[in-house]
Design a protein around this ligand. Structure first.
Ligand SMILES: [Zn+2]
Length: 637
């Protein structure tokens, strides 16, 4: 999962050998010989409602129906039970009474009378959520909709969802087309029927549909097949610029060359282009759910900030879906997940996804380095690192995704994304150095993520020890010590060893890098490395950096700057004031309003504007440049 970091104040947040040789298959046969059927009527998606009808085989006696609570990829109990409505359970034409469990809000108890062999269950999903959040956020508009099956599905409580078989169908509005990893078996008017799948595969296979819809095959010479499925609010938003399309094709080629395996029958990039839906990416084994702003293909600023989304979510098919930390497997969607290895699931994916973004040409090498400079600088100005280690951010993941961004530099956020990226970059450079250039993290990926060669969508769990043993198999080193140190050290500064071994250093200049320029073009002010503040376009402070000049002057998040040196606030005036501070004899004077009270604040700062960049250190080998080179003969687009 990944958020799209368009806003300045939200810099981040956006999945061994098998144990005893046994992999968990998602395609084993069902315990019950008769599948559940579910028909989702999406014809009311434009007015934010889905209707579902299920036929569930049962036996007489007490029965508990459950609703998915722990959502894979979201790493938390985010199932949108609050928006489930209209629940009605019937048998033999009679309505049966049900009662919700007193403790588990995701469970419903019902007594099945003698002689009853199937229940007819109806529910409605109220798709009214706002544009914040992830898959439970806004998912529909007048002309498109995403069906996430977990939002409507109820099933008899069972130890493992892969043993519950389901035959799904969907009814779409007239004229809408769709994309999904499910296999269609037939059409009946506006109804499409799909092949029976295990419940975990159904929940892992959302369906994107829309009036304005386009499917583009990618890298057709590669098998299995890959498709870019696009739904947009208007037909003009479906036009993919040739350069970008070339990058998507190269992404498939570069991922195949890097991971040297596939674990799906075919793969669908399900991309929603809409300002009406939540913006994020969520991985699935054979598809991904990418929701981006409507003008992503047309606005170069949005494009550069969103470019890493598809490579990240695609990488999760290997790292997160095929290989998954044992603690993040919730076999029944009810068992709590443990996030302690998210620095592998999300951290390694952030590293590999961003490298693939450069290798495929979706970013230039300069843009990759600017994004990495942002990550490094953000973590190097993260005072929360002094009280909270990297391991704790992963362990507490389910509390951090929705945590407020204010004082985020002291709380810390889901830092296992960017700090995991630095960790795995350092591991890559260590392997390259220690092996004399013969090995790299690509070899670890081929071994660890390509275990067993090509497979179907199965999941093979792993532990910390599996990571260490696979790294050692590629290049002997004290990997346990290296990783433990990175996970448990509490220091003020970021681990920049990978950038340094890669032949670069983080420097600060008065010129914004390409990522900062793109974010400021979309609104807001980044004075994080100078004054120590982020502001929205109207001067409201998103966050204030602990111990910075702004902090020492008494500023805090949520305050609003209304005047700069006596003039009404604008980003431009603020930039001028910071730039001129180098030669100014007086402090920068601000008028701020805080919960209705006005006061004057003086920031005694004279350092000018400061923005992070990576600068080449000529005396060191250019390992980072080598890492960004495309694999094989595929040129960058
Ligand atoms: Zn992710």
């Amino acid at each position: 999962m990944r958020t799209i970091s368009l806003a300045l104040a939200a810099l981040f947040v956006s999945a061994t050998m098998p144990q005893a040789g046994r992999a968990q298959s998602s395609s084993t046969s069902a315990a019950s010989s008769t599948p559940i059927t579910i028909t989702v009527d999406a014809t009311d998606a434009p007015r934010k409602m889905l209707h579902a009808d299920m036929v569930i085989p049962v036996q007489a006696g007490d029965l508990t129906l459950v609703y998915a609570k722990w959502i894979p990829g979201e790493h938390g109990p985010t199932g949108p039970i609050d928006n489930l409505a209209g629940l009605a359970i019937r048998a033999n034409g009679q309505t049966l009474p049900w009662v919700r469990d007193n403790v588990n809000m995701f469970a419903f108890h019902v007594h099945v009378p003698d002689g009853v062999t199937e229940l007819h269950v109806h529910d409605d999903f109220l798709a009214t959520a706002g544009t914040a959040g992830f898959s439970a956020g806004a998912s529909t508009s007048a002309n498109l909709g995403m069906v996430s099956w977990n939002e409507v599905m109820l099933w008899p409580q069972a130890p493992s969802a892969k043993d519950v078989m389901v035959t799904p169908s969907v009814i779409l509005p007239e004229g809408w087309k769709y994309g999904t990893a499910l296999t269609a078996t037939g059409h009946d008017g506006n109804t499409t029927h799909f092949a029976t799948v295990p419940l975990n595969e159904l929940i892992d296979s959302p369906l994107l549909s829309g009036r304005w819809f386009r499917e583009i095959p990618l890298a057709p010479e590669i098998s299995p097949k890959h498709y870019l499925d696009l739904a947009a609010d208007g037909p003009e938003d479906l036009e993919v610029p040739p350069q970008m399309l070339a990058g998507f094709n190269n992404l498939v080629r570069q991922a195949s060359a890097t991971y040297r395996s596939h674990h799906y029958g075919s793969y669908h990039f399900l991309m929603t282009l809409s300002d009406q839906v939540a913006h994020f990416g969520l991985e699935h084994h054979q598809s991904n759910d990418d929701r981006v702003p409507e003008k992503t293909f047309l606005d170069p600023n949005i494009d550069v900030l969103a470019a890493g989304l598809l490579p990240h979510e695609f990488t999760h098919s290997w790292n997160g879906k095929y290989r998954r930390p044992a603690g993040l497997l919730s076999p029944d969607f009810q068992t709590p997940m443990k996030g302690n290895l998210l620095w592998v699931y999300e951290g390694l994916t952030t590293y590999l996804g961003d490298v693939l973004t450069a290798r495929s040409g979706l970013w230039t090498d300069d843009q990759y380095r600017d994004a990495l400079a942002d990550s490094a600088a953000t973590l190097d100005h993260r005072p929360g690192r002094t009280w909270r280690d990297l391991q704790d951010t992963a362990t507490a993941a389910q509390t951090l995704y929705e945590a407020d961004r204010q004082w985020g530099n002291w709380r810390r956020s889901v830092d296992y994304y960017p700090e995991g990226e630095l960790l795995w970059l350092e591991a890559d450079t260590i392997i390259r150095q220690q092996s004399g250039g013969k090995k790299s993290l690509n070899d670890f990926c081929a071994r660890f993520l390509g275990l067993g060669g090509n497979t179907g969508p199965i999941t093979v769990p792993y532990t910390f020890d599996d990571i260490v043993s696979n790294l050692n198999a590629v290049q002997p080193y004290d990997w346990a010590g290296f990783l433990t140190d990175k996970l448990t050290t509490k220091v003020d500064h970021a681990p920049l060893g990978g950038i340094e071994r890669g032949g670069y250093q983080v420097v600060y200049t008065d010129t914004p890098n390409s990522m900062t320029k793109a974010r400021e073009a979309l609104g807001g002010l980044n004075a994080w490395y100078s004054l120590g503040l982020m502001a929205s376009g109207n001067g409201t402070l998103g966050d204030v950096l602990f111990y910075s000049p702004a902090y020492k002057a008494g500023l805090g998040p949520g305050m609003k700057i209304v005047a700069v040196n006596g003039r009404q606030y604008s980003n431009s005036l603020m930039h001028d004031a910071i730039r001129n501070s180098k030669t100014a004899q007086t402090p920068i004077e601000l008028i701020v309003v805080n919960t209705g009270y006005y006061r004057t604040v003086k920031i005694d700062y004279h350092g000018g504007e400061l923005y992070p960049h990576l600068e080449r250190v000529a005396a060191k080998p250019d390992l980072l440049d080598q890492i960004l080179q495309p694999l094989g003969k595929t040129p960058k687009s």
